[in-house]
Design a protein around this ligand. Structure first.
Ligand SMILES: *Cc1c(COP(=O)(O)O)cnc(C)c1O
Length: 359
């Protein structure tokens, strides 16, 4: 068996141990005589899986009891609509636009009310995180929305933005479980699972209980947090298999020291790559230093043909999916929790060799 180092931004690498366990349990889960893919979501054996997955996720993220965890479908993009439908009680919300996904969230929310962009980094192609202060927030806004880690541009909020006493909503699709976060600073956190937690098809929402039950009348039932929460994510069939894999990934993270250890590992990997980028004469990192993401590292040579050559040769060397997002070009190395340190070492070695050959 030969595994490559997969730097894809998502769907992305999963821990090998998790894949091996899933493979071992594929045709007969725990003596049930069937795969997790085949069992009823209402069966006692599946009930135990989803309950344990939620319990482990709560432990991992240190989620307080007054927050609900929802395992949903539709991707993070569906939450772009669900958030305003559920949270815009007075019809006003403020958005920080720090990249493409936050811009999409902003545009979607505009369909439902008076939505304002209070800060943006579009002036410098989203290469930095704009400053947010409480006085920028409208006093009657229902919430402030941010994208915590910008997957396409490789930037991340260096700290939780200060929005005073306003409800803070964060899209954490590409950084969830990469480091500890103080959940109590957020009213709602959502994430598509396919970057750092599971296969595609699962979206996780962590929502403070007092924010549930205020959805607009015309909210589709499947987007209303109330019936979803009241039915423990089983209003309809949940993405059963992705939830099961997420459960294995949470167990893997807990066994490996939880989010404090994940943060240490991720910092070490990111430092190795950024230190080289800062010293390289060929490659340039594109994100401003103070806004750098530990998960998505973006860089360019400044020559589109050379970028292409790099990606092609890297692919041949078993370093896969390094091409930047189609809208920005260049390169992007996504180094989520499951990327081992050795993968980043191999990448840096390869980059040094490429630099020497193409000087
Ligand atoms: C990938 C991503 C999305 C889109 O997620 P889908 O699950 O494909 O809808 C949204 N926000 C961020 C930050 C992402 O990285």
């Amino acid at each position: 068996m030969s595994r490559i180092y997969n730097f894809s931004a998502g769907p992305s690498m999963l821990p090998l141990e998790v894949l091996q366990q899933a493979a071992a349990e594929m045709t007969d889960y725990n003596g049930s005589g069937m795969s997790v893919m085949e069992m009823s979501h209402r069966s006692p054996v599946y009930d135990a899986i989803i309950k344990q997955t939620e319990a482990d996720f709560r432990t991992l993220m240190n989620i307080p009891d007054n927050y609900k965890v929802l395992f949903l479908q539709g991707g993070a993009s569906t939450q772009f609509a669900a958030v305003p439908l559920n949270l815009m009680k007075t019809g006003k919300a403020d958005y920080v636009v720090s990249g493409q996904f936050s811009n999409k969230a902003f545009k979607e929310a505009k369909k439902y009310g008076d939505v304002k962009c209070i800060a943006s980094s579009e002036d410098k192609t989203f290469s930095y995180i704009p400053k947010v202060t409480p006085d920028m927030v409208r006093p009657d806004a229902d919430y402030v929305h941010v994208c915590y880690n910008n997957t396409i541009y490789g930037t991340k909020f260096p700290e939780v933005p200060n929005v005073g006493d306003k409800v803070l909503v964060a899209d954490m699709s590409s950084c969830i479980t990469s480091e500890p976060v103080d959940v109590t600073k957020f009213g709602l956190i959502y994430a598509g699972a396919q970057k750092n937690m599971a296969p595609a098809g699962l979206t996780v929402v962590i929502v403070r209980e007092d924010l549930i039950g205020n959805a607009r009348e015309d909210t589709p039932t499947m987007l209303d947090y109330k019936p979803l929460a009241e039915n423990d994510s089983m209003y309809n069939t949940p993405p059963c298999y992705s939830i099961y894999i997420a459960g294995l990934v949470y167990k893997w993270a807990l066994k490996n020291g939880g989010l404090t250890a994940m943060k240490e590992r991720n910092e070490k990997k990111a430092k190795l790559l950024y230190d080289y980028l800062d010293s390289s004469k060929l490659f340039k990192p594109t994100a401003e230093k103070s806004s750098r993401s530990m998960m998505n590292v973006c860089f360019v040579t400044g020559d589109a043909d050379l970028d292409k050559k790099f990606c092609k040769e890297a692919e041949a060397a078993g370093l896969s999916n390094l091409k930047g997002h189609r809208s920005v070009g260049g390169m992007r190395a996504s180094i989520y929790n499951a990327m081992p340190y050795e993968g980043v070492e191999k990448l840096v070695e390869f980059m040094k060799k490429f630099e020497a050959e193409n000087a």
